[in-house]
Write a protein that binds this ligand. Sequence first.
Ligand SMILES: Nc1ncnc2c1ncn2[C@@H]1O[C@H](COP(=O)(O)OP(=O)(O)OP(=O)(O)O)[C@@H](O)[C@H]1O
Ligand SMILES: [Mg+2]
Length: 268
Amino acid sequence: MRERLVISVSGKGGVGKTTTAALLTRIVTEKTKRDLLVVDADPVMNLPRALGIDVPKTVGSIATKLRRDIDEGTYSGEVTKQDVLEGEIYEALIEDPRFDFLAMGRTEGEGCYCYVNRLLTQILDTLSQNYEITLLDMSAGLEHLSRRTNRNVDILIIVVDPSRAAYEAALRIRDLAKEVHIEFKKIVVIGNRFPPEIEADLRSQLEIEGLDLIGMIPNDDELSKVNYRGVPLFELDEESPAVKAVDQIAEKLGLLGEVTLLKLLGQE
Ligand SMILES: Nc1ncnc2c1ncn2[C@@H]1O[C@H](COP(=O)(O)OP(=O)(O)OP(=O)(O)O)[C@@H](O)[C@H]1O
Ligand SMILES: [Mg+2]
């Protein structure tokens, strides 16, 4: 059976989650033929620009409509709600030649979306079965962890920048993920924009916490320029430090070569 990997990128606000997700997308699509589903799970939706794609429809807008139809009684109920959602979500799926893309967007309105959210989680779980790699760019808050929108995550990537708040958020994310029983197989940390002289310190602190520092992305002026111009990260020079760093990280995560998840976990 082909391997299915679900990878989620978490961390405090502004630490570089979207940048990491976009660069991983670029590396995987450029270097492999693996089927990739990229999910923007952050309602703010920065990932489409970083990838250079347009998003006409989000899952959130579809769920909002379904909820409204249920509330107003216009939902006929002839087809199950799950079927309605499933069908519409396939419509929201963007099929770029390089990867498929789904934006979660936001759900509008008051009250509990528990039912619709539960359906969405199920549908996403099913959808991700069709891809070798599902990559989720998460929002900065921690609510998604308690809502378990990213359950069954294989690799939980936590990005930290050189700030105490980012470090503490990383530990909190780790603890929360365990508390709510998200069944991740591996947790790794990526340090973004660290001055080289504090890298060793970060590594040893994380080691004490039992967390693996899988790589560092240096501060990259070329990335700033591209980002300032609003140009997709696919256009960043392949020799730029951030691209090279994420390339190495992708390799270590076993996304490029023959390395399997079992190998990654040291079970093979
Ligand atoms: N290594 C880097 N070199 C230069 N600029 C960077 C680097 N990493 C991130 N940035 C810039 O920092 C800003 C924040 O990065 P990014 O959007 O990836 O963070 P985020 O964690 O996704 O933020 P949010 O919590 O708002 O979703 C962006 O403008 C991005 O271009
Ligand atoms: Mg982001």
